[in-house]
Design a protein around this ligand. Structure first.
Ligand code: NI
Length: 174
């Protein structure tokens, strides 16, 4: 879920954030972001609709909730990447996603259509990132929760968020 994004859990802006190194090298960030829709497709492949609707073993979200969560955040992530590339030190607000599953009727959305939309958004992001000059990865945004963050740091976190929810999807389908 988007817990690390919640304004309510925001840490005081860390002065050293812009110098915090992402876990992945920039080539590995692009590779991970590009691989995610493929891994997601493999995870979903062959599962009937009733499996996609089933909650995870811990009683948490089923795939039917996780996919719209990923798609809704992907829209935000893509807009943020555009902003940090095109604006000088843009301010990035946080979003409280806690009620989106209900407010946006996640269970009423078609999981395959949502996955297709997510794939299209991710392809746009990968296109933006693929041929960036090295210095572009150090461009900075002011994140409302985290303070100054670099493009590299932001996108590394997106790849982490992908993996977190891919695990959750595999668990829900196990
Ligand atoms: Ni999340």
């Amino acid at each position: 879920m988007g817990v690390w994004e919640r304004a309510g859990e925001a840490q005081p802006a860390a002065a050293a954030m812009t110098t915090a190194a992402p876990r992945r090298a920039t080539e590995a960030i692009v590779a991970a972001l590009e691989a995610f829709p493929i891994d997601l497709g493999r995870a979903l492949d062959g599962h009937p609709r009733e499996s996609l609707l089933r909650p995870a073993r811990d009683g948490g979200w089923g795939v039917v909730e996780i996919l719209p969560h990923l798609r809704d955040w992907e829209e935000i992530f893509l807009a943020r990447v555009r902003q940090v590339l095109n604006e000088e030190r843009p301010f990035l607000p946080t979003f409280d996603d806690e009620l989106w599953a209900i407010e946006r009727d996640y269970r009423g959305q078609d999981p395959h259509a949502v996955a297709d939309h997510l794939r299209a958004l991710r392809a746009e992001m990968v296109d933006l990132l693929r041929d960036l000059p090295p210095e572009a990865w150090n461009r900075v945004a002011e994140h409302a929760a985290y303070g100054p963050v670099t493009l590299a740091w932001m996108t590394d976190r997106i790849a982490d968020h992908d993996q977190e929810h891919l695990e959750q999807i595999r668990d829900a389908l196990a």
